[in-house]
Design a protein around this ligand. Structure first.
Ligand code: ARG
Length: 577
């Protein structure tokens, strides 16, 4: 809509002889269509002009508004309301979408700016669990949105591949029953090596309760690993690579891609340098034998090194931030990590500021709420009744299975191949969309039945709406209707849809700015709802060839907008389902 709102803002500025920045942003829809199609509130002009908003509106309404797409200009108290000439407006709107082509929605608000987005960041030797969904998908959507708004984006996976826990796996690699010997059969050829690693880990913990010696053995192994002992390193590398391979299959399924995957293991030297740097800056203090950095009154000191000299998760984050900025001097760096780590990031950012890094202000914790699952009728945080984590893969599988039942029931004539392709897109898309639907800081209750519903605020509902656009266009194609220029799109519901479509680039820019994919998901739901209202009242294809042509052009614009929007959210737009 900026094409229009900016012209209105400029004209208002000229009439009032006033420089007004951001006036276009204030222009929105009036509360009802009877009042007009666009509304300019005059409040922010009152200050600079020293005049009442209503008087300013009157002055503006009395002036000449010589635009072919404006029909009338009227006041309603402090508001200046515009009625648009629908035929002109429709033509210009469709032209706009047409010009956008395959890039429709892309913008320049991020031009010249580099953003590093860190997301997913799982720990190796464990499965991706349902709680990883949020960071992974919100992060990927943010990266997509930022790119679409013109930023240069670096996507970064901060792999959890270091820590004393890995000493345990190395210690019991071939310690227990034969079947647990990870060389026999070798980890790499097993069906599910990550589950075997998990099982071994659990076994170690059980065994170490009975035999505390095992813990010190594990510490020895971790020390060996740190010291570069070849056997320890080789085993650790194998654990790492089978884990990464597993992650990659799921990432692929979800449409997730990283430019850089840098594990916590990478920061061993950098961490020691970081400790020295903190010492040199005079901010490292001793506290109960450990090294800490004191921050403000409101936050507890950040622990840098434990009594036994071991460095920590947080210390690695300090080193990592420095490396990220060295490799990709960024204008903004997002950490898409759950809100529970808020204190951690305040400490990390605070210490970097104390060290004098000017870019520390550009670090943002793009936090999100928890995902809860229903266990015995109550909403719990991602664990089953037995306290086990719910695996992302299992949830996807279940969702695809349920989707497949529905797809088959709806389309008995589809081939098995088609059903499986469509249900993969619907099942996975439903899970992804459920994660993007509400503002990211909110907690979400994950309810598989609900998110798979074809109506309601769901992924399948949006995919279904897209399918509807495609099927209308398919039906029209043998009729040789020429796609029209929009001149005949004069229905009120058509104007609503065209205004919605034109807001697409602005919504993307806003979602990128706020790192908030839900701006887009909500927008798409509104678009689909408005179309369904329209479709209940008007026929796209009728005996009037010219009107049909115009309406088909509208459907094409809707299809492009919804299709592009879904892709940005990693949900596949389908042609049939
Ligand atoms: N690996 C961590 C976990 O699973 C998340 C890492 C978040 N990112 C960071 N830079 N600390 O909890």
């Amino acid at each position: 809509m900026r094409l229009f709102t900016e012209q209105i803002a400029q004209r208002a500025g000229a009439i009032l002889d006033l420089e007004v920045s951001h006036l276009a942003d204030a222009i929105s829809d009036p509360p009802s269509q009877e009042l007009g199609d666009l509304s300019l509130p005059c409040f922010q002009l009152a200050g600079p002009l020293k005049k009442a908003p209503a008087a300013i509106a009157t002055q503006l309404a009395a002036a000449e508004w010589d635009f072919p797409w404006i029909e009338t200009v009227e006041t309603a108290g402090p508001y200046l309301n515009f009625r648009l000439r629908r035929d002109h407006f429709a033509r210009l709107a469709l032209e706009r979408v047409e010009q956008g082509g395959e890039q429709w929605g892309a913008g320049q608000s991020g031009a010249g700016k580099r953003v590093l987005v860190e997301y997913s960041s799982p720990n190796i030797a464990k499965h991706l669990a349902i709680h990883h969904l949020r960071s992974t998908m919100l992060g990927q959507a943010m990266a997509n949105l930022l790119r679409c708004a013109g930023h240069e984006v670096i996507s970064w996976n901060h792999l959890g591949d270091w820590g004393t826990g890995f000493g345990k796996l190395l210690a019991c690699w071939d310690q227990f029953r034969d079947s647990d010997n990870l060389d026999d059969p070798p980890l790499e050829v097993r069906d599910d090596p990550v589950s075997d690693l998990n099982a071994l880990y659990v076994q170690f913990n059980l065994a170490s309760e009975a035999d505390p010696q095992l813990d010190s053995l594990a510490r020895d192994w971790f020390r060996k690993l740190e010291a570069g002992d070849p056997q320890a390193v080789e085993r650790w590398q194998r654990i790492r690579s089978v884990s990464l391979e597993k992650f990659d299959t799921i990432y692929q399924r979800l449409g997730v891609h990283f430019d850089e995957t840098v594990g916590e293991s990478h920061y061993q030297d950098a961490m020691l340098q970081m400790v020295d740097q903190l010492k040199d800056a005079g901010i490292l203090e001793q506290s109960d034998g450990a090294d800490v950095v004191r921050l403000s009154e409101e936050i507890p000191p950040m622990l840098i090194r434990k009594q036994d000299g071991a460095t920590l998760y947080g210390t690695r984050d300090l080193a990592s931030a420095v490396l990220r900025h060295q490799m990709f001097p960024f204008d903004r760096c997002l950490y898409v990590v759950d809100a529970g780590q808020g204190l951690h990031f305040r400490q990390v950012f605070g210490v970097l500021k104390l060290l004098g890094y000017s870019w520390a202000d550009q670090l943002e914790h793009a936090e999100f709420g928890v995902m809860r699952l229903q266990v015995d009728g109550a909403w719990k945080k991602g664990k089953t009744r037995g306290g086990q984590v719910v695996l992302l893969e299992d949830v996807l599988e279940q969702s695809v299975q349920l989707a497949s039942d529905k797809v088959r029931a709806k389309n008995p004539d589809l081939s098995d191949d088609q059903v499986s392709q469509i249900s993969e897109a619907v099942g996975v898309g439903a899970v992804i969309f459920s994660d993007m639907k509400s503002a990211r800081r909110k907690d979400v209750n994950f309810d598989l039945d609900k998110i798979l519903s074809f109506d309601g605020e769901t992924g399948p509902y949006l995919q279904y709406t897209h399918v509807r656009f495609c099927s209308i266009l398919r039906k029209a194609s043998p009729l040789n209707l020429v796609s029209g220029d929009g001149n005949r799109l004069v229905e009120a519901e058509e104007l609503v849809l065209l205004k919605r479509i034109l807001r697409f680039p602005e919504v993307i820019a806003r979602a990128a700015r706020d790192a908030e994919p839900s701006h887009l998901s909500q927008y798409l739901l509104e678009l689909a709802g408005e179309f369904n209202t329209y479709y209940a009242q008007h026929r796209v294809i009728s005996d009037d060839a010219q009107l049909s042509g115009d309406r088909l052009a509208l459907v094409e614009a809707l299809q492009r907008t919804l299709g592009r929007g879904l892709k940005l959210l990693c949900v596949e737009p389908l042609e049939r389902m």
